[in-house]
Write a new protein. Structure first.
Length: 229
């Protein structure tokens, strides 16, 4: 087969590929890389990570357990933005979390403004590294009996979803950040439960080397006096 080829992309753009010789394995590879490069360019233009949802799904190799096993507290972040679709997925993970009586007593303030991140880093004494993160989600809760449990679960879902994309994070503060409220215009009757900075880790993490008590010390089988392990 000789001549030119047009590939119609999902975004209605067209890639023209021409080749003089018969189509072969390399043509297919080149065509595929052309599409990938093209998608990357479009993605860059729209500030999105460059894999489609389907591709990402196909490439997901971490099981939920692997994500849990390898996630660690990340306190140093690369100066690299998180693609907007990944940010949205992290946000959605919190939004979709279950809550007691489905009351959803939470609010998530997505902060990407450098100056605000800097300010949050100054105010959160146990998390000055928020200032280096490209993103932080301030998790606030209504004053209901289950708000802390509900918000904690949402935070964990966000942390794990981020880690699935290689985005590290950490939990900063615990229901003790009233000083943050005026910076973000949070009303008096709402508590700031935590700030979660997100970003790509400076150092390689995630080999699953966690410092944890032995399983048998905290997990029991059937009765308190019988260790699980
Ligand atoms: C409720 C909660 C509050 C935390 N608060 C802070 C904090 O204020 N600052 C901080 O640097 N890390 C904080 N952390 C992170 C823990 O210190 C960290 O997860 C723990 O030491 C285990 O380390 P690993 O996650 O790397 O295994 C918090 C974690 C949790 C679950």
């Amino acid at each position: 087969m000789t001549g030119g080829r047009f590939i119609f992309c999902a975004d209605m753009s067209i890639i023209t590929i021409s080749y003089g010789a018969a189509i072969n394995h390399y043509d297919i590879i080149n065509t595929a890389s052309g599409i990938v490069a093209h998608r990357a360019a479009i993605a860059q233009k729209h500030n999105k990570s460059f894999l489609s949802r389907r591709e990402k799904k196909e490439r997901r190799i971490l099981s939920v357990f692997d994500v849990v096993r390898t996630v660690l507290a990340v306190r140093q972040f690369r100066d690299e933005p998180i693609p907007e679709d990944v940010v949205r997925e992290i946000v959605e993970a919190g939004h979709l979390t279950a809550s007691a009586g489905n009351q959803q007593p939470w609010h998530f303030i997505v902060v990407q403004d450098k100056e605000t991140l800097q300010k949050l880093g100054e105010l959160a004494k146990s998390g000055p590294y928020i200032a280096q993160a490209p993103l932080a989600i301030v998790v606030a809760g209504e004053q209901t009996p289950f708000a802390v449990s509900d918000a904690s679960r949402a935070i964990q879902d966000q942390i794990l979803t981020a880690w699935e994309h290689g985005v590290g994070s950490n939990w900063v503060g615990f229901n003790n950040l009233p000083q943050v409220k005026p910076v973000l215009g949070i009303p008096d009757n709402i508590d700031v439960i935590a700030i979660i900075p997100f970003g790509y880790p400076v150092n390689k993490v995630g080999k699953g080397n966690k410092k944890r008590k032995p399983l048998g010390e905290v997990v029991h089988r059937e009765r308190w006096d019988q260790p699980f392990a």
